[in-house]
Ligand binder design. Structure first.
Ligand SMILES: C[C@@]1(CC(=O)O)c2cc3[nH]c(cc4nc(cc5[nH]c(cc(n2)[C@H]1CCC(=O)O)[C@@](C)(CC(=O)O)[C@@H]5CCC(=O)O)C(CC(=O)O)=C4CCC(=O)O)c(CCC(=O)O)c3CC(=O)O
Ligand SMILES: NC(=O)C1=CN([C@@H]2O[C@H](COP(=O)(O)OP(=O)(O)OC[C@H]3O[C@@H](n4cnc5c(N)ncnc54)[C@H](O)[C@@H]3O)[C@@H](O)[C@H]2O)C=CC1
Length: 151
């Protein structure tokens, strides 16, 4: 690994998280974040069906419109997960300028942190990452660990 990132286990219960984008990747990541009782707001012109259900169930807040700059005010963590590279890059620039921690799903070079793959048991949380270099290996490793725990 050329540039390993430090795995830091943080309390999400007091953090506001903004997710720009409401598609497949946003959904996968929000499902993970909800296990850690995060406070999540989604901004996207279109939300996939499952995210709409999470909104109806009161699990997340959502607004159906394009991302705009004031959305990052008062937020601690931002996930840029739209399908528009320019928008994701603009979000990164604005978060950088405002000192907000940001992850950009379509560009590993613009990630303050990588989104981990997670195996969670009753008393253990295992985060997996390959330094941004091998998404497939992260997934394989997650499956191996799940098998180890009999999940
Ligand atoms: C660097 C990182 C930054 C970050 O986003 O945080 C990143 C970046 C990128 N991923 C891309 C593609 C894919 N990623 C996956 C899967 C996962 N990717 C995840 C994490 C990360 N992905 C971060 C660290 C990873 C590491 O350490 O290597 C996981 C663990 C977590 C999660 O996403 O929930 C999850 C596995 C979860 C599990 O199964 O357990 C699949 C497969 C699939 O979707 O099934 C594909 C499609 C196939 C392929 O390309 O391999 C692209 C190109 C996008 C494009 O083409 O536009 C980029 C952009 C780039 O590399 O610059
Ligand atoms: N890091 C990872 O693991 C992976 C990342 N990707 C990347 O993630 C990104 C998202 O992919 P998917 O979720 O599959 O796309 P998708 O097409 O399912 O969803 C895109 C979402 O972005 C929203 N969107 C578009 N313009 C927007 C704007 N201006 N403001 C707010 N929201 C906006 C759309 O309304 C939609 O909800 C892509 O850039 C893709 O390349 C894809 C696969 C894996």
């Amino acid at each position: 690994m050329e540039r390993p990132y430090f795995p830091m286990f943080i309390d999400l219960t007091d953090k506001k998280i903004l997710v720009a984008g409401g598609g497949t990747i946003a959904l996968r990541r929000i499902r993970t974040l909800l296990k850690f009782r995060a406070d999540i707001r989604v901004i996207a012109p279109e939300l996939c069906e499952e995210l709409a259900q999470l909104e109806e169930g009161g699990k997340i807040a959502a607004e159906r419109r394009e991302y705009c700059t004031p959305d990052i005010d008062g937020v601690q963590i931002v996930l840029a997960a739209t399908d528009d590279h320019e928008v994701n890059r603009r979000i990164w620039e604005e978060c950088r300028a405002a000192g907000v921690t940001v992850n950009v799903a379509d560009d590993r070079s613009l990630c303050d942190f990588y989104f981990p793959s997670i195996v969670m048991t009753e008393d253990t949380v295992i985060g997996i990452n390959c330094g941004g270099e091998d998404h497939a290996k992260v997934k394989e490793t997650r499956i191996k660990i799940e098998e180890m725990f009999g999940e």
